[in-house]
Design a protein around this ligand. Structure first.
Ligand code: CMP
Length: 420
């Protein structure tokens, strides 16, 4: 799906949500106060009819386009739309109250609220990190709408008092609803007949349910508003308990905390490789390419390399982090991998002296792989370093499949060896 189409769909969903919400507010008011014939009410009804009718057409286009792109997920399929939504959308779009003279038929418009609920589910799934915050906002939305409807219902049962204006009438009803729903019930507005008492009882029961829902869910929602942060804090708590239990020296504890804080700042504490490995192969390549395009663009060696090579290497490189002062490896060790620097700086140390400083875009560790010999130098991180590791197997594949790149790595290895 093109970006413009995605934006168009989002904007259109927002337009529908606004129209449905306004209908959900105005229609009950219209019915209670008898505004049906006011010109603004008629104009609003016309606009809503047009927007809802266009929405049906938009759905058909959306489903057809998704089918043409082969990207249709279940809810976008034409068959599913016809079966689940079409009747509801048509009933909501038709100005039924004009066909049959029954004001209550206006309420058919509110069937479209089912679509708003569907959008909300969809937005929540897409919002990921902010999903819980959205849940709280959507809960507030439904609570406000319900309060408004109950207030309108109360007004319909009580009748409009001619002693005050519409505004005061409405706010009296809203005041009664809020105190009854929130189970406060001051008792200054009391039901006057059996119908009103039954209504009040029903609202109190709903109120208890809402109260229970708030107590049960809102605390959890607030605690989980930022799952990445919760994950990080949980990790830190576990670590602190472990470090205290095993009496890890304070200096080492500080380094461990710095490491996790760095990970949290840079990667949200999620392990990139684990998350990528849960995806299907085609998505793995695309996501790896996206995440590693920065380093691939920065490494002069890869510039001008074929797409095939870039895709292959993106999949194989694994991220690793080193802290200031850490040794990536030491001279004389057996080498089974080479590294590319995405962020930070490292020192090449041989014969007790710093031979070179390498920074982002540079690579190291190739000499051992090319010449099959132990490490010629130690590598120490000067700052926090984000590196990508390439193991021997992939490295050998590069050598055999991509002779140009292999030749460059080999010539760098030889030049460095001569210098070192
Ligand atoms: P390797 O011998 O596997 O491990 C140490 C690495 O340091 C080595 O590969 C090279 O990548 C790198 N290296 C060695 N000497 C130099 C140098 N003079 N300049 C830059 N890098 C070097």
């Amino acid at each position: 799906m093109t970006l413009q189409r995605i934006y168009f769909h989002r904007a259109w969903d927002a337009v529908i949500t606004i129209c449905v919400t306004l209908s959900a507010i105005f229609i009950p008011l219209k019915l209670v106060f008898g505004f049906q014939d006011h010109s603004w009410a008629v104009n609003f009804s016309v606009v809503v009819t047009i927007v809802f009718a266009i929405d049906i057409a938009v759905h058909f286009f959306r489903a057809r386009a998704a089918r043409a792109d082969n990207t249709a997920i279940t809810t976008e399929r034409l068959g599913v739309y016809r079966k689940r939504w079409l009747t509801l959308d048509v009933l909501a779009a038709l100005p039924l109250h004009l066909i049959i003279d029954l004001p209550l038929l206006h309420l058919f418009r509110l069937l479209k609220l089912a679509r708003v609920a569907q959008f909300m589910r969809h937005w929540r799934r897409r919002a990921l990190q902010k999903g819980n915050l959205l849940r709280l906002i959507f809960f507030g939305y439904w609570l406000l709408l319900s309060t408004h409807w109950i207030a309108c219902g109360w007004l319909a049962l009580r009748g409009i008092s001619s002693a005050t204006d519409n505004f005061s009438n409405y706010f009296n009803a809203l005041y009664w609803t809020t105190q009854t729903l929130s189970t406060v019930g001051y008792g200054d507005l009391t039901p006057a007949n059996t119908a009103q008492r039954i209504y009040a009882m029903a609202v109190m029961i709903i109120g208890v349910g809402v109260y229970g829902y708030i107590i049960g869910n809102v605390a959890t929602i607030i605690a989980n508003i930022d799952p990445a942060k919760a994950h990080y804090l949980q990790n830190m708590e576990r670590l602190t308990a472990f470090m205290n239990y095993r009496s890890i020296p304070p200096e080492l504890q500080g380094r461990i905390r710095d490491y996790y804080t760095y990970l949290w700042e840079k990667r949200l504490s999620y392990d990139e490789s684990t998350i990528i490995s849960t995806l299907p192969p085609s998505l793995q390549t695309d996501v790896s390419l996206f995440l590693k395009r920065d380093i691939i663009e920065k490494v002069p060696l890869f510039r001008g390399a074929s797409d095939e090579f870039i895709r292959e290497i993106a999949l194989q490189m694994r991220p690793v982090v080193f802290m200031p002062g850490d040794f990536v490896y030491k001279a004389g060790e057996q080498g089974n991998d080479m590294y590319f620097i995405t962020r930070g700086m490292i020192e090449v140390i041989a014969n007790g002296a710093v031979q070179a400083t390498l920074k982002e875009g540079d690579f190291f560790g190739e000499i051992s792989l090319v010449l099959s010999q132990p490490r010629t130098a130690s590598i120490r991180a000067v700052s926090f370093c984000d590196l990508y590791r390439l193991d021997r197997e992939m490295f050998n594949r590069v050598l055999s499949h991509y002779p140009d790149i292999a030749a460059q790595i080999e010539s760098t290895a030889k030049a460095r060896q001569e210098r070192g």
